[in-house]
Design a protein around this ligand. Structure first.
Ligand SMILES: Cc1cc2nc3c(=O)[nH]c(=O)nc-3n(C[C@H](O)[C@H](O)[C@H](O)COP(=O)(O)OP(=O)(O)OC[C@H]3O[C@@H](n4cnc5c(N)ncnc54)[C@H](O)[C@@H]3O)c2cc1C
Length: 427
C-alpha cells in the first residue's frame, strides 16, 4: 500500500514506524521545517542539549513510549531524576511530591480535611471504574467527596489553571487519570526531546520512510479510480491516509467527510497554551524547586513556573539557567496577540516571588511559543463523543490528542494512538 501520514509529531512517526515495518510505502508530510510537533525543542549554539518549546517530561507509567524506546534500543538515553515540585499556600511554597510532604502541607490543616484528601486520593488510585466517573464533572465530584475546603485548596486551582472558563465542565475521569497515572519521578531523553525526535526521524528515513518537511497539506479528497488525493501544492494519490493534526484542521482538510463526522470533530473543545522560555544568568529558585503550581486567582499572571535547570543540570545549557512561565488559555486570549516584550513586562515582576534577589539583568534571552491546540477538554460522557480513528471516508484515518482518553494527552499517548491507527490501517 502507498500510505501518507500528515504530521511528523510522535503520533505520526510512531505510526510510520509500524507501517514501514509491515512492508508498505510510507510518506510523512510535515508543514514545519522540523519533526517532533508539540514536543519539539530548540537550541542555542552554546547549548549541548535542546530545550522543549513547551515544558515536557515523562512519567514512569508511560509504557507505550518506553516500549517504543526499548524497540529502538535507546533505553540508555532515558533519565529519571526526581525533581522537587511545590504548592502555594499563603504567599509561601511547600514541597508537595510525596505522601509525607502532602501530609505536612499546611494548606490542608491537620484535621478532617487531610483525612478526606488522603481517602479520596487513595480511592482514585485504586479504582479502575473511570466510566462511572466520566458521568459527572470533577467540580461536583470533588466538592461532594473531598469537601469544599480540600476542593478549593487543591483541585479547583488546577482545574481553573488548565481549563479556565470550562473548569466546571471537565469530567471526573480526567482527574482520575491524572491521579492514577502520574509519578513523582520524571523522565527525559538525553539531549532533549528534539534529539529523540531527530534520531527517530533518522531511523525512519534509514528504513525507507520519506519525510517531507516544509510541505503543508491543503486538502484530502477521495477521487474515483485514484484513491485519496492529497493536495500539498502538487497533487498525489495514496491508498490510505492518516491525519494527526487537531480536529479543527482535520475538518478543514477533509470537507467531504460526512456531516455527522465533521460536526463531531468541530464539537471537540480544547485550550491553547502560551509559554515563555527564559535563559537566565543565575539560578532562580535557590531551593532547587523545579515546578511551581501557581494560583491564578491570587493574581499570578501564569499557571506554572518551571525551572528546567533544577531538573537537568545547567551544564547541558552552557551554564544558562532555563525557566519556563506557562499558561493554558482560550484561543483569542490577549496573550496570543501581545508582543513578546509586552508579555515579558507582564510576567517579570512575579519572578521576585520565587527569589527576592531576582532582577531583570539576569535575563539573557527570551522566547515565546504559542499554540491554539494544547489541551483537549473532556466534557461529561466524553467517551461517547470521540470520533473513531477510522473515518467514514474509505482509507482515511484520524488520530489526535482529542481521541486520547481517559488518559491526559502526552507523547506517550501520541505513540499509543499512532500505533493503534497503524494496526487499524493494516487490518
Ligand atoms: C504546554 C504543553 C505541555 C506538554 N507537556 C507534556 C509533557 O510534559 N509530557 C508529554 O509527554 N507530553 C506533553 N505535552 C503533550 C505532547 O506534546 C503531545 O501530546 C504530543 O506531542 C502530540 O503528538 P501528536 O503527534 O499527536 O501531535 P503534534 O505533535 O501536534 O503533531 C502534529 C504535526 O502535524 C503537523 N501539521 C499540522 N497541520 C499540517 C498540515 N496541514 N500539513 C502538514 N503537517 C501538518 C504539525 O506541524 C505537527 O508537527 C504537552 C503539550 C503542551 C502544549
Amino acid at each position: 500500500m502507498k500510505i501518507a501520514i500528515i504530521g511528523a509529531g510522535f503520533g505520526g512517526m510512531a505510526a510510520a514506524w509500524d507501517l514501514k515495518k509491515a512492508g508498505h510505502e510510507v510518506t510523512i508530510f510535515e508543514s514545519a521545517d522540523y519533526v517532533g510537533g508539540l514536543a519539539s525543542g530548540f537550541k542555542e549554539p552554546h547549548w549541548d542539549w535542546s530545550v522543549e518549546k513547551f515544558y515536557h517530561h515523562w512519567f514512569q507509567t508511560d509504557k507505550s513510549m518506553f516500549d517504543l524506546i526499548h524497540e529502538l534500543g535507546w533505553e540508555d538515553h532515558v533519565l529519571f531524576p526526581r525533581p522537587l515540585t511545590v504548592m502555594y499556600h499563603k504567599g509561601k511554597f511547600y514541597p508537595f511530591d510525596s505522601i509525607l510532604k502532602a501530609l505536612l502541607f499546611p494548606g490542608l490543616g491537620f484535621g478532617l480535611d487531610k483525612i478526606r484528601f488522603g481517602f479520596v486520593g487513595l480511592f482514585l488510585r485504586l479504582t479502575n471504574n473511570w466510566k462511572a466517573l466520566e458521568k459527572t464533572t470533577a467540580d461536583s465530584w470533588m466538592m461532594k467527596w473531598a469537601g469544599k475546603n480540600v476542593y478549593e485548596k487543591m483541585w479547583k486551582p488546577l482545574l481553573i489553571g488548565k481549563f479556565g472558563p470550562y473548569y466546571q465542565d471537565v469530567n471526573m475521569a480526567w482527574m482520575w487519570a491524572r491521579i492514577k497515572a502520574r509519578t513523582t519521578r520524571l523522565g527525559t531523553f538525553q539531549g532533549g526531546f528534539q534529539r529523540f525526535a531527530d534520531m527517530f526521524a533518522e531511523k525512519l528515513r534509514e528504513s525507507g520512510v520519506e519525510i517531507r518537511l516544509k510541505v503543508q497539506v491543503k486538502s484530502i479528497k477521495r477521487e474515483p479510480n485514484k484513491g485519496l488525493v492529497i493536495d500539498a501544492g502538487e497533487k498525489e494519490a495514496f491508498d490510505k491516509v492518516l491525519v494527526t493534526t487537531s480536529p479543527n484542521l482535520m475538518a478543514k482538510l477533509c470537507p467531504d467527510l460526512p456531516e455527522n463526522y465533521l460536526s463531531g470533530l468541530l464539537g471537540l473543545k480544547s485550550m491553547g497554551a502560551v509559554v515563555m522560555v527564559l535563559s537566565l544568568k543565575q539560578q532562580l529558585s535557590e531551593q532547587g524547586y523545579y515546578w511551581f503550581s501557581l494560583p491564578k486567582e491570587e493574581g499570578y499572571p501564569f499557571l506554572a513556573l518551571v525551572e528546567h535547570t533544577n531538573f537537568l543540570s545547567s551544564d547541558h545549557f552552557g551554564g544558562d539557567h532555563i525557566v519556563y512561565a506557562g499558561d493554558y488559555l482560550e484561543a483569542g486570549h490577549e496573550y496570543f496577540s501581545m508582543s513578546n516584550d509586552e508579555l515579558l513586562e507582564r510576567f517579570l515582576p512575579t519572578f521576585k516571588k520565587f527569589n527576592p534577589k531576582f532582577n531583570k539583568d539576569w535575563v539573557k534571552k527570551v522566547w515565546v511559543f504559542r499554540t491554539n491546540y494544547a489541551q483537549p477538554i473532556p466534557l461529561v460522557n466524553h467517551s461517547k463523543n470521540i470520533p473513531p480513528i477510522e473515518t467514514p471516508m474509505e482509507g482515511l484515518y484520524f488520530a489526535s490528542m482529542s481521541q486520547v482518553y481517559p488518559w491526559d494527552r502526552g507523547t506517550n499517548y501520541a505513540v499509543e494512538i499512532g500505533r493503534r491507527a497503524a494496526r487499524l490501517i493494516l487490518q
